[in-house]
Design a protein around this ligand. Sequence first.
Ligand code: HEM
Length: 493
Amino acid sequence: HRLLSSASSRSGRRLPLPPGPKGWPILGNLPQLGAKPHHTLAALSRAYGPLLHLRLGRVHAVVASSASVAAAFLKTHDANFSSRPPNSGAEHVAYNYQDLVFAPYGPRWRTLRKLCSVHLFCTRALEGFRHVREEEAGVLARALLGRRGSAADVGEEVNVCAANALARAVMGRRVFGGGLGRETEEFKEMVVELMRLAGVFNLGDFVTGLGWLDPQGVVARMKRLHRRYDAMLDKMIADHVAGGGEDLLSVMIRLRGQPLDDDGTTISDVEIKALLLNLFTAGTDTTSSTVEWALAELIRHPRLLAEAQREMDSVVGRGRLVSDDDLAGLPFLQAVVKETFRLHPSTPLSLPRASTGSCEVGGYHIPGGATLLVNVWAIARDPAVWPCPLEFRPERFLPGGEHTHVDVRGTDFELIPFGAGRRICAGMTMGLRMVQFLTATLVHAFDWALPEGQTPEKLDMEEAFGLTLQRAVPLQARPTPRLSPEAYGAQTR
Ligand code: HEM
């Protein structure tokens, strides 16, 4: 491939841009993206091929919609695509790029990422927090036990659990007290609002001179949201008892102002708040929505729910809740989680990347500074790779299935819910473990029924708009306990 590309460049022929639909003057293809860009882009790729070129205002964008095109960008050309494009969300919400998610590829990004890895996500840290996950899952199970007979808002219950488990790992304490209420509702609403705003293709980001006009009102909403987050984060830092704790926040507070690497990177309260913002937004709703989708699929497929429960009964029994150690021995449950990530990836267009220099992919010219969108949603439904792509069939990942060895961790490009390459999801190990563990807990500890008048076949599986894949209609379901009463533990919190 490389030989071929240098030959064509040597011949002096200017390579063409990848194919794509004709756009409007000035706005380019922006008006065509519609309410669900990942659907629109999937349809365009069916017409123009898996490597698509769009014009978003003045910005060149390329869209990868097959496993091999994704690999070309996120493996072969990953170094060139390891920054993120400039955007008003990073500017107005994420402390003007002082965070990890939007930091330009360079020393500060590397330092922040390493801090998270050492104190939160590496194997040792992850093992250290297993009791936190188990305790918080126990709290969730008891909360649902308290709701037996009535419909529970599964997404919100799980979201509180994910936020508390994450908070205990990040700063040694929970963020929410017992039960759901105004506070927990407001937190989820803030994360969902952030994802909704981040999912808008904001005209000001693409069309010169439109920024100050803010025609969609997005920037005004971002600034309002930022003020709310900033107040919350200030309080988190102020309330933090900075002892000699080994949690990430204590460590960062101790490291304030000191050079952290050869480049003299230092962190201040701004970087600390920006990183906390990243962790609490990237790490809660992604996890809880995935668990919510998983449970919705299992309720729609009672045979699969029964199969998962059979597996857990034989491995765990009915006398206790699932533990972290059990996960490795639950292949069917793991296949259910993979199949959920395939059909309902938390970030259907991943997060955008931006190239530093121009390059060549598949015989096409990719301009320097181009935005890369990877349609992980479309790739995971590609009929050339996945038989019956729209059917929820966890068996495809089990021995004897067509995709036994396919993993979600960024090496098998046909299934990359966490992205791939240098900027792959920083919290992948924790996110994956949490999704598996909480799905296991819900399935093992309860039978699930839909509220009066709803039938599994007709359960609404529509997606809502946003950077993350929310359910349009939140799942309401009635839990009935199926373990021995002692298994749920004492109602302590
Ligand atoms: C269901 C769980 C999750 C999914 C599906 C998910 C997915 C993703 C994706 C697709 C990206 C972009 C990767 C790329 O550019 O190639 C990303 C980035 C990121 N995620 Fe996650 N995520 C999840 C959970 C988490 C959790 C639990 C955390 C932290 C507590 C987290 C923190 C981050 C951060 C900090 C980045 C930016 C990394 C960088 O730019 O270097 N995520 N995630």
